[in-house]
Design a protein around this ligand. Structure first.
Ligand SMILES: *[C@@H]1O[C@H](CO)[C@@H](O)[C@H](O)[C@H]1NC(C)=O
Ligand SMILES: *[C@@H]1O[C@H](CO)[C@@H](O)[C@H](O)[C@H]1NC(C)=O
Ligand SMILES: *[C@@H]1O[C@H](CO)[C@@H](O)[C@H](O)[C@H]1NC(C)=O
Ligand SMILES: CC(=O)N[C@H]1CO[C@H](CO)[C@@H](O)[C@@H]1O
Ligand SMILES: CC(=O)N[C@H]1CO[C@H](CO)[C@@H](O)[C@@H]1O
Length: 658
């Protein structure tokens, strides 16, 4: 298998604001969308006694232990001829425990307790479903609802392990309140240690959470949690949807991680992959009942040609049950606080974004190319999550710029809270790579940072796991002989512009020096680049510490002034000659000087509220690797002199990055 990065394959959008002609208003489409959603929701409610019940199906499917220790097994396998349960408990007898066929392709099996009243299947023992197909095959499968799967060292295939611990983890801390401003730290638990091996949930809890807290993040987004047999897929080729990856520890250890994060006031989002599924059959969902369809579309519609994976049939009743219950499972059992939905652009269009660009024209977002089943699925998911959990946060990874993505479902939107502003990291990469310092275009930077749909919240980030800005930048910056202080500026400009949240990935915290690569055949299964050297900050590598300090202080300053939650920035200066950008947000004035050599004194900047201003954060600070040339005790007083459309202005001083 190849490494498949899930988003880089799509062309990037231009999220153009206010460019759309009125006659193409999306309201017509929104009401159609809403009609379809309403119909599906009503059907669910009528047939299943409400969506609460329907989405708790993890309490009836897979394995359930009743209070009297009877075990009930239930599966949906519409194409199967017969189903048996085999495992350690019956000496791997392939025929002794048949399931009974029920309506609509469902199967059930009841196993009474042993004579000593303990359950017939012990905690931590292995199981398999034996599926007999009409073609006469006998297939050994993992239940789609398996809560825990492990792999024996030498084995390629995962095993289904019955997880029913005698002392399940009990959450001690309530979910923290939804933060006013989201500062997201994106994390991959497996790489989050300096050692050349897969790091554990417990290590993360004890060694990494305190750092994230210290840096001032209030949210972590965990990737690669849903079990994925292929480590190098970054977690995007999911094989067991209800199982937390056993590479990093047990389900109970992940629960503890989330509980401890909550105790620190940090909310936790799951990077949920419902856009596609691994093609694996023996330890994946593919061909569970022996057929090509089951959870997926049959034929070409069921395959993603670039990702080499299977695509869900979102119109299937049991598919909805499975996926919606999966969201409930992570919310209820693990107490996640919300989701980043991966691969939303691929779901929205029949062409999956392959070979199509998005210019912002409405015709690209509505019409026959749009997959209505996926739209309805996403609307249902957002409606249910936001109805049941008031503070639940949902983020869409959409590069297409689909309008109405972040509008409420009742208004015909898809109901996400935020979209990821995918164009921002790309812009930084382009600017850094392609332009000489003196050619940096201020208008272009401002346009990228502010280019978004009105009223829809977006998440800005300087880098994410699949846009490896920092690593590229390290190479460029070291070539140019610039100091790390440069990053500070880059972080802040991304942080403070028009986004509502900010995101940082484990791998570039404090300017991590190395590339990321997971162990795979091509690199001799090496863990060398699948680890993060947190220890660098603690040793005397001054520069890492400096970046760490800036990141932390940026949070502290944000915490005080709250610009992420404030209305968008007012840009008063973007001067191409001076290479200066000035904007105001939450009564804070941000001044950026991108000029390679010019420093400025007595530079007039506009101010909204009149009065006294002081320097609060300065990338020239010695603690960030700068020269400490500015006196922070200086007070700047405004004059009632109108400037760049603001009523007041003052003379300021700032330096170049030289
Ligand atoms: C069940 O089937 C598997 C695969 O054919 C076989 O290896 C195993 O020995 C069988 N179990 C018993 C108890 O016969
Ligand atoms: C998707 O599921 C629906 C409902 O079960 C079914 O009618 C349809 O044939 C399936 N589509 C494909 C392409 O498998
Ligand atoms: C992998 O290991 C083999 C044998 O030790 C060696 O010949 C080869 O060069 C290594 N390849 C890489 C990519 O390190
Ligand atoms: C990779 C990993 O799990 N590393 C460490 C986890 O924490 C324990 C105790 O602090 C260490 O001994 C491991 O080396
Ligand atoms: C989430 C978090 O830890 N935020 C911190 C940011 O910095 C301020 C000021 O030091 C802290 O009070 C916050 O707790």
């Amino acid at each position: 298998m190849a490494i498949i990065l899930h988003t880089v394959l799509l062309s990037h959008s231009k999220l153009l604001l206010g460019k759309f002609p009125h006659r193409d208003s999306p309201s017509h489409y929104s009401s159609l969308q809403y009609g379809l959603f309403k119909k599906q929701l009503t059907l669910l409610e009528e047939a299943e006694g409400g969506f609460d019940q329907f989405t708790r199906s993890y309490k009836s499917y897979g394995v359930q232990r009743m209070p009297d220790n009877n075990l009930v097994f239930k599966e949906w396998a519409p194409a199967a001829e017969a189903l048996f349960l085999t495992g350690d408990f019956n000496g791997w007898d392939n025929f002794s425990h048949p399931y009974t066929k029920k309506e609509f392709g469902k199967w059930e099996l009841h196993i009474p307790p042993k004579e000593d009243k303990t359950p017939a299947v012990a905690h931590n023992s292995k199981l398999k479903v034996v599926v007999h197909t009409s073609a006469g095959e006998r297939l050994f499968r993992i239940s789609p609802w398996a809560k825990y799967v492990t792999r024996h060292e030498k084995s390629v295939i995962y095993d289904w392990v019955h997880w029913d611990p005698p002392q399940p983890y009990i959450h001690k801390h309530p979910r923290p309140q939804k933060p006013r401003s989201l500062r997201i730290y994106e994390s991959h638990v497996g790489i989050a240690s300096p050692e050349g091996k897969v790091a554990s949930y417990s290590n993360f809890t004890h060694n990494v959470l305190p750092r994230i807290k210290d840096l001032g993040y209030n949210c972590i987004q965990l990737m690669a949690i849903m079990e994925h047999a292929y480590y190098a897929s970054f977690g995007y080729q999911v094989t067991s949807f209800f199982a937390a990856s056993s590479r990093c520890g047990t389900p109970e250890e992940l629960k503890e991680l989330i509980d401890v994060a909550h105790s620190l006031g940090i909310i936790v989002l799951l990077d949920v992959v419902h856009s596609h599924a691994s093609k694996n059959t023996e330890d994946g969902l593919n061909r569970f009942d022996g057929s090509d369809s089951c959870f997926f579309h049959s034929g070409p519609r069921g395959e993603h040609s670039l990702w080499d994976s299977r695509l869900f049939n979102y119109s299937g009743w049991e598919v909805l049950r499975f996926l919606l219950s999966n969201l409930r499972w992570w919310m209820e059992e693990y107490r996640f606080d919300g989701f980043r939905f991966d691969g939303v652009s691929s779901m929205l269009y029949h062409h999956h974004g392959i070979g199509s660009g998005f210019s912002g024209d409405y015709a690209e977002y509505f019409g026959l190319q749009v997959d209505e089943d996926s739209l309805v699925y996403l609307m249902l998911a957002n409606h249910i999550l936001h109805t049941l959990y008031e503070d639940c946060i949902t983020i869409a990874e959409d590069v297409s710029g689909m309008p109405t993505l972040c509008c409420p479902v009742q208004e015909g939107g898809l109901g996400f809270d935020y979209r990821l502003a995918m164009a921002i990291p790309d812009k930084w990469i382009q600017i850094l790579k392609e332009f000489k310092d003196e050619d940096w275009n201020m208008g272009n930077i401002v346009f990228t940072m502010t280019n978004r749909r009105y009223g829809e919240k977006c998440i800005a980030y300087a880098e994410s796991h699949d846009q490896v800005l920092l690593w590229d930048t390290v190479q460029i910056v070291s070539k140019k002989g610039m100091e790390f202080v440069f990053f500070c500026v880059l972080f802040l400009v991304t942080h403070a512009f028009n986004s509502e949240t900010y995101i940082m990935f484990t791998w570039y915290m404090f300017g991590h020096p190395e590339w990321l690569d997971f162990p795979r055949v091509g690199n001799n299964e090496s863990y060398h680049y699948a680890r993060r050297q947190f220890n660098l900050v603690d040793t005397d590598h001054l520069r890492y510490w400096q970046l760490y300090a800036f990141d932390r202080d940026m949070n502290r300053t944000e915490d005080k002034y709250g610009w992420l939650a404030a209305s968008p920035a007012y840009i008063s200066v973007k001067h191409e000659g001076d290479k200066v950008i000035v904007f105001e947000r939450a009564n804070v004035i941000f001044i950026f000087n991108f000029h390679p050599t010019n420093s400025y004194s007595n530079y007039r900047v506009a101010a909204g509220p009149p009065g006294k201003y002081k320097i609060k954060l300065d990338s020239d600070g010695i603690q960030y690797g700068g020269h400490g040339r500015l006196d922070h005790n200086t007070e700047f007083f405004t004059e009632p002199m109108e400037f760049n459309n603001l009523p007041n202005s003052m003379l300021s001083v700032f330096l170049c990055l030289c």
